[in-house]
Design a protein. Structure first.
Length: 121
């Protein structure tokens, strides 16, 4: 998964979201060790302090935990991971409905189009 950043929000919050996506998608499996701050910062082309701030936020929300001499690991709490996954999906769905409304579609029209499109695939 490629690191992508936009100018409209702080980089660390975008890092948090992208790491969350990697966790909920299984790219970073539950219980696995995360790469070091420096390695991930280098991969993402960001300052290590920015990556450290993102890791601190991931620890705060409980997706990541530290072991003093071993590094950082992804939580094994599947309920936590599923909750974050649902939250991320809800945000994306909300953004989609907002965009469709801006195009002049009602919620019912949008749902009808989704249903039609999914049947065609």
């Amino acid at each position: 998964m490629k690191w992508e950043f936009r100018d409209d929000r702080p980089i660390y919050s975008q890092l948090v979201e992208q790491i969350q996506r990697r966790i909920v998608s299984g790219s970073f499996p539950a219980g696995s060790k995360l790469p070091s701050v420096r390695d991930l910062a280098s991969e993402a082309s960001v300052n290590p302090n920015t990556m450290q701030k993102a890791f601190a936020e991931l620890e705060r929300i409980g997706l990541v935990y530290s072991q003093r001499t071993s590094g950082r690991f992804i939580t094994e709490d599947q309920t936590k991971i599923e909750t974050i996954k649902d939250e991320l999906a809800s945000e994306k769905i909300g953004e989609f409905f907002t965009q469709m409304k801006e195009l002049g579609f009602s919620q019912q029209d949008t749902i009808r189009l989704i249903s039609k499109t999914s049947k065609e695939e």
